[in-house]
Design a protein. Structure first.
Length: 295
């Protein structure tokens, strides 16, 4: 089985550009054409959040239109740029999707050799994520139900510190508690995340947790304690998770053609606004260190 992971699509309204610069809609269409051209073609596609840039109905309409060109089935979860209620309405016709009044977009897909569990880590009106007690109980119950089936969990916010400080400031609350849950279930072969717009892998909770590149812009690799807030037009990629009965889950990057350009995300702000935003981001990071990263 081959599972293609696309993430951080950031679809915008028709004829718009993300950050007034990035043609995310066209880039997603190129990634879909790339997936369809692969030989062998993936059996399923997971889209791990930030499906749209603003969570608006017209963006989800266009997202569905672009995704309709995919030949394999696609399963979506929200990210911090999405709106859960709008997403649930937009995908209400999909058989895997919870009902429109569901508190979270959580579900399990049991039709493949590898079980797929989608987790909703979003917190409305915030960029950080959350695995609260309710979501952790749901995950524990789902994993307990099929302990012998290899399982891939996909979610938006990674449950670990990536080293890119300004992104870690908007990390996952409850990541340590989730680690305790996953560690009890040895059938979890991968925790596949988005949010960071870069490929990262780490040994975590007795398995492997990873993030995938975006189908559009990437976050600049900055492992210092500097302010960050830059993205770059590095090559875009699709993550391919290949199930091998002898070795387990093996992951590859399959690159989509693209350019390379550094872009300062905060360049258009005044010095005062930029300073306030950076100061708040540093405070957020320090709080995360206390509760999640250094505990």
């Amino acid at each position: 089985m081959i599972i293609a992971q696309i993430t951080d699509l950031h679809v915008v309204a028709k004829d718009r550009l993300c950050y007034r610069k990035v043609p995310t809609n066209a880039q997603l269409a190129q990634a879909i054409a790339h997936i369809n051209s692969l030989d062998p073609r993936p059996d399923a596609v997971i889209a791990s959040g930030d499906l749209t840039d603003h969570g608006r109905p017209e963006e989800y309409d266009l997202l569905r239109e672009i995704l309709s060109d995919l030949i394999p089935p696609v399963f979506v979860i929200p990210g911090n740029h999405d709106r859960r209620d709008v997403l649930l309405k937009a995908f209400a016709g999909e058989d895997y999707m919870p009902p429109p009044d569901a508190p979270f977009v959580n579900y399990a897909i049991d039709r493949f050799p590898v079980r797929l569990i989608g987790l909703d880590t979003t917190v409305p009106e915030h960029h950080h994520g959350m695995m609260c007690e309710e979501r952790l109980r749901w995950l524990d119950a789902m994993l307990s139900a099929r302990p012998d089936c290899p399982t891939l969990i996909f979610m938006h916010h990674p449950p670990f510190r990536t080293g890119i400080q300004w992104m870690d400031a908007a990390g996952l609350h409850g990541g340590r508690m989730m680690e305790n849950v996953v560690r009890r279930h040895r059938q979890v072969v991968r925790v596949a995340c988005g949010h960071i717009h870069r490929p990262i892998h780490v040994a975590w909770a007795g398995t492997i947790a990873s993030t995938s590149p975006s189908t559009c812009h990437q976050v600049s690799l900055n492992l210092t304690a500097q302010n960050g807030f830059e993205f770059t037009m590095e090559p875009r990629a699709v993550q391919l998770h290949v199930w091998d009965n002898g070795y387990g889950l093996i992951s590859h990057l399959s690159y989509v053609p693209g350019g390379y350009e550094e872009v300062a995300m905060l360049a258009g702000l005044t010095d005062e606004v930029r300073a306030k935003l950076l100061a708040q981001n540093r405070r957020d990071y320090q709080e995360f260190c206390k509760s999640e990263y250094d505990g």
